[in-house]
Design a protein around this ligand. Structure first.
Ligand code: NA7
Length: 550
């Protein structure tokens, strides 16, 4: 546990981004680092999301760091899709190996971060009232870490236990013999419901919007398989880095609308059997053409009707209202089949919304569903939410909340105009949640580390995204999104799950491979689009023109 009054860099968050940022900036750049983490240990998302059935939906062998060969050779994954406990153990293993914890103050929440223009320093104040000044700030707060609890009337009067999936008790919850209601059927609900149904006496699922989910086909990874993977790790990582989503993908076989129907069907069958989100990658036109999208969506609906015995339930859990993939595709183990269990009921809260939470349970259409435990799988204030709660104030007293009144704006998802020397790992406008987060995190942190080295070499103390470059980047992010079906759907990608949140498609949908190249070019051009303040109005690339690209 550490606490310094002044450092070179403050890193906020000790998830995968914070661990790597702390390691690189401290051990490669030679900067002093103070980390802050509101949890009691490392792990980020995986520290908080401990609900039954929590698992990663990127394959474990690539949902892991690639920067250190010792780490990837020493660690052995046991399953194709790692469970939350295994991923958390992995985060702890890496933190131990790199001595990360010694740079962090845990159980310490950031209350505000204020830029002192005169001193050229960030002043970070934490919930205990202490302050730390730093030249730079790196936010590593994750994209899905601000839990969203809808304003249900009467929730505080519920006599039973209430848990949000995103802040599940560390000691676990004994659900044996209990009656449980689950609100929410996004990824978290879809993972939790089958696991809860195996423990609880009875589960009532309150579904507002059914989601598309594909089978995970999880399995153990054998010793031989893992040793083969370790032998080919360097090449595998290289390949994965050059894919649009940073995952192991089977390339599309063509456009669904151009292939013979029997080939389309055969490919969907193959991918359904193979399991995992690569199902969505079967064709080139699924995410850009309604008719193509419908082919894949119809296929999933057909599989639901095959699996779910009660036709009424099958109909109710079949998504109809939006194109497949425009809400994040879910990956499940026995989700649809769980509705064949006698102890699972489904309540449609689309046609009749939840009226209130009574003392004994949720009330829908005048009926109180009596339960002992209420599970809120109701999602997150995604991407911008975790940043906005840091109380960030930049130049001229501009708060991040004001700067983002119309939605999260940044240059490359990495830096925000008006906020010098502050870098956002996987911020709005970066590929982030459309990719394997660890691959995106490594790319961002490598880039930030290289940039700070270049600045150091040139004796430049301040850097900031220019407002013009930011506007251009946001226009590009929007233009790319407009070529897809994403913006049509009210999803958390669009901020639509949070009342009053501006509706903008937040991630960059042009692919991590393209994005990586753009970032490389920006650096090679002397950090084009960034201003070095102290020389306000001077484009960084004019100053850095002679710095070799890293
Ligand atoms: P999501 O995907 O945002 O899902 C939240 C769910 O909660 C979704 O089904 C919502 O229905 C439902 N919800 C939210 N508010 C209400 C109210 N008031 N009444 C009924 N139902 C409600 O969050 P997850 O945690 O599952 O997943 C987030 C990401 O984390 C996931 O994509 C992975 O990347 C990891 P709605 O769809 O809004 O009608």
């Amino acid at each position: 546990m550490s606490r310094s009054a002044h450092v070179d860099v403050v890193v906020v968050g000790a998830g995968f981004a914070g661990i790597y940022a702390t390691h690189l900036l401290r051990d490669k750049n030679g900067l002093s680092v103070q980390g802050f983490e509101r949890g009691s240990d490392v792990g980020g998302t995986w520290f908080w999301n401990r609900y039954p059935g929590a698992r990663c939906d990127a394959e474990s062998i690539v949902y892991s760091y690639s920067f250190d060969d010792d780490i990837q050779q020493e660690w052995t994954w046991s399953e194709r899709w790692a469970t939350q406990p295994e991923i958390l153990r992995y985060a702890g293993f890496v933190a131990d190996k790199l001595g990360i914890r010694e740079s962090y103050a845990f159980n310490t929440e950031v209350a505000s971060m204020v830029w002192d223009e005169e001193a050229g320093l960030w002043i970070t104040t934490t919930s205990d009232g202490e302050t730390t000044t730093s030249r730079f700030v790196v936010t590593a707060v994750g994209c899905l870490s601000a839990s969203q609890v809808p304003e249900f009337k009467g929730l505080e009067g519920f006599a039973g236990e209430v848990y949000h999936t995103g802040s599940w008790p560390h000691e676990g919850v004994d659900l044996a013999g209990k009656r449980v209601a689950v609100i929410g059927t996004g990824s978290s609900g879809i993972q939790a419901i089958p696991a809860i149904a195996q423990q609880a006496a009875h589960v009532t699922v309150l579904q507002r919007t059914p989601n598309y989910t594909v089978p995970a086909r999880n399995r153990k990874l054998g010793v031989d398989e893992m040793s083969l993977i370790k032998r080919i790790y360097p090449a595998l990582r290289e390949k994965v880095r050059e894919t649009p989503a940073g995952v192991i993908v089977k390339p599309p076989v063509g456009a669904a609308l151009e292939l013979p129907p029997e080939e389309v069907r055969a490919e969907l069958d193959r991918r359904w059997e193979q399991g995992g989100p690569t199902f969505m990658n079967a064709f080139t036109d699924t995410m850009s053409d309604h008719a193509a999208n419908q082919i894949t969506a119809d296929y999933v609906r057909e599989r639901i009707r095959e699996i779910v015995q009660d036709p009424e339930k099958a109909e109710l859990i079949s998504p109809q209202a939006y194109p497949i993939g425009t809400k994040r595709i879910c990956v499940d183990t026995d989700y649809y089949a769980t509705y064949n269990r006698e102890n699972v009921d489904l309540v449609d809260v689309r046609s009749t919304p939840i009226e209130r939470i009574g003392a004994r349970g949720p009330v829908v259409g005048g009926k109180e569903y009596e339960v002992d435990v209420l599970v809120l799988a109701t999602g997150f204030d995604a991407i911008t939410g975790p940043l906005l709660r840091l109380g960030v104030q930049g130049r001229n007293g501009l708060s991040l909340n004001e700067a983002w009144a119309e939605g999260g704006k940044s240059y490359l998802g990495l830096a925000v105009a008006g906020f010098p020397n502050l870098f956002t790992v996987t911020g709005p406008g970066s590929p982030s949640v459309l990719t394997n987060m660890i691959v995106s995190i490594e790319q961002h942190v490598d880039w930030i580390s290289d940039m700070l080295l270049d600045l150091e070499n040139e004796g430049i103390e301040r850097i900031e995204a220019s407002a013009e470059a930011q506007e251009e980047w946001i226009a590009k992010v929007n233009a790319i999104a407009a070529q897809t079906l994403y913006p049509e759907t009210a999803s958390w990608y669009m901020g639509a799950n949070i009342p009053g949140k501006p509706r903008v498609f937040m991630p960059y949908a042009g692919g991590l491979d393209t994005y990586r190249e753009i970032c490389r070019q920006v650096a090679a051009a002397g950090y084009e689009g960034f201003l070095t303040s102290g020389q306000v109005g001077v484009e960084a690339h004019e100053v850095l023109a002679t710095v070799p690209a890293s």
